[in-house]
Design a protein around this ligand. Structure first.
Ligand code: SAM
Ligand code: SF4
Length: 441
């Protein structure tokens, strides 16, 4: 029998990357092998993102490009899934303009992928399976992990926060936590398989357990995971500043495996904009939270997400964001230009900011953060830090790249077989986004 191949192209966040690992797991169980060459693939899946317009445009461009492959190979199965497919108008457009697409499935239907694939191969007609809401937790699926030493583990699906700019609650549904025992069992299995670091995933991990009748919270979950033998590092993404209470600060500071990295998306520095965004905290409360974290954990690395050009953002509001950045001194920031998402309240706000102004503001913020990050990184000079080696550096394959517990990228010399190992590195040089050092052990 001829070998069969698949290619999955993933857009967007870690949630989508993890969903793609599950789709790949199903395909691998069915005997398919991964390929980087679209021409070689028998199954091509695009796992889409709709958080910003740019991400959506990229997907439409890619779907169009695939048409000639389907013409050359009519047996090719093309599937599209992910957040974009939870929007009715997008599915309608795909059905109307892209008849070469065989399968469309939503974020709540990922566990039905295997059936859909089988059906599409038999029937040769386009299939669409999109549920509006997650009817149940996604059943256990095989997972094909890219790395042996690191793994994603979903702890909570969906989001109930409804920030006024954000499409996520509309496409990922209401919050649904996974049972604690299931999560712990999965991580135990991963640790036995050699996984050293887990990334616990959720749009708002601090809400973990709030949908259960019995009292279980994120602190308790972390405490249980911390006891798993052979597991070395615990990360989580994303936590909402509004729900990051003193109990959680104490828990993450106390547990030795939880990394001293705090990713707390601030989104804006102006109280007026924060209220319009429905974030549920003021700039003063956010700054106070950072002070509490640093009081308990002076070496904590703090990162954030921020947006420029939210409707009605004046020069004064933007100056408040710059000022908050100067005051907090983040280690790192993911900065975005606000993108109008239809179906969200902010898309209807009248005072949309001009694209040129948004771009200028973004550049100013990027320049400021780059300077702050370089300054923050200077404290690492001469220090010896624990690094989990991820493999050859993308920029220079002759060097290794890895991450500290504080999530800083470290470049050092060493042999490829150190991939997946925890090693000590003495930092000799720092830049804004990277530390450079020498292995000491
Ligand atoms: N749940 C997380 C939170 O509350 O921060 C992150 C979700 S989202 C995938 C990641 C980031 O995308 C957000 O923190 C926000 O900065 C950005 N984002 C969300 N909606 C956006 C929009 N309409 N335009 C631009 N950026 C957006
Ligand atoms: Fe979107 Fe806000 Fe939910 Fe994050 S918390 S996913 S930004 S609605």
């Amino acid at each position: 029998m001829r070998d069969e191949f698949f290619k999955i192209k993933t857009y967007g966040c870690q949630m989508n990357e993890h969903d793609s690992e599950k789709i790949a797991g199903v395909l691998e169980e069915k005997g398919y092998q991964p390929t980087e060459e679209l021409e070689q693939a028998d199954v091509i899946i695009l796992n889409t993102c709709c958080i910003r317009e740019k991400a959506e445009l990229k997907v439409f461009g890619k779907v169009g490009e695939l048409k000639h492959l389907k013409r050359k190979n009519p047996d090719l199965i093309i599937g599209i899934c992910g957040c974009m497919m939870q929007q009715e108008d997008v599915v309608a457009e795909i059905k109307e303009k892209y008849s070469h697409v065989d399968i469309v499935f939503g974020t709540h239907n990922i566990h039905q992928f295997e059936e859909l694939l089988k059906e599409a191969q038999l029937k040769r007609e386009p299939l669409v399976k999109v549920w509006d809401e997650g009817k149940e937790l996604i059943p256990k699926m095989p997972v094909r992990r890219e790395e042996d030493y690191r793994a994603y583990v979903t702890i909570i699906y969906g989001c109930d926060n409804f920030c006024t700019y954000c499409i996520v609650p509309h496409v990922r549904g209401r919050e649904r936590s996974r049972p604690l025992a299931d999560i712990v069992a999965e991580i135990k299995e991963l640790a036995t398989d050699g996984v050293k670091e887990v990334m616990l995933l959720g749009q708002n991990v601090n809400s973990y357990g709030q949908d259960f009748e019995q009292e279980v919270d994120f602190s308790q979950l972390l405490t249980e995971i911390n006891q798993i033998e052979d597991l070395k590092r615990i990360r989580y993404m994303t936590s909402h500043p509004r729900d990051f209470n003193q109990k959680l600060i104490d828990t993450v500071s106390r547990l030795d495996k939880v990394c001293n990295q705090f990713h707390l998306p601030v989104q804006a520095g102006s109280n007026k904009i924060l209220a319009e965004m429905n974030r549920g905290y003021t700039r003063e409360e956010y700054i106070q939270l950072i002070e509490k974290i640093r009081a308990k954990n002076p070496n904590a690395a703090i990162s954030t997400d921020v947006m420029v050009g939210f409707p009605g953002e004046t020069e004064k509001d933007f100056a408040d964001t710059l000022d908050l950045f100067k005051q907090v001194k983040f280690d790192m920031a993911y900065s975005f230009i606000y993108s109008q998402r239809s179906g969200t309240p902010a898309a209807e706000y009248k005072e949309q900011v001009a694209e040129e102004v948004k771009k200028e503001r973004l550049q100013k913020l990027l320049d400021l953060q780059s300077e702050i990050s370089r300054e923050q990184n200077k404290s690492y000079l001469g220090q010896t830090v624990e690094v989990l080696i991820e493999g050859p550096s993308k920029k220079d394959k002759s060097k290794l790249s890895g991450r500290t517990r504080s999530n800083k990228i470290v470049i050092c010399e060493g042999s490829d077989d150190l991939t997946g190992e925890l090693i000590n590195v003495k930092i000799k040089k720092v830049q804004s986004w990277t530390l450079f050092g020498e292995i000491t052990d």
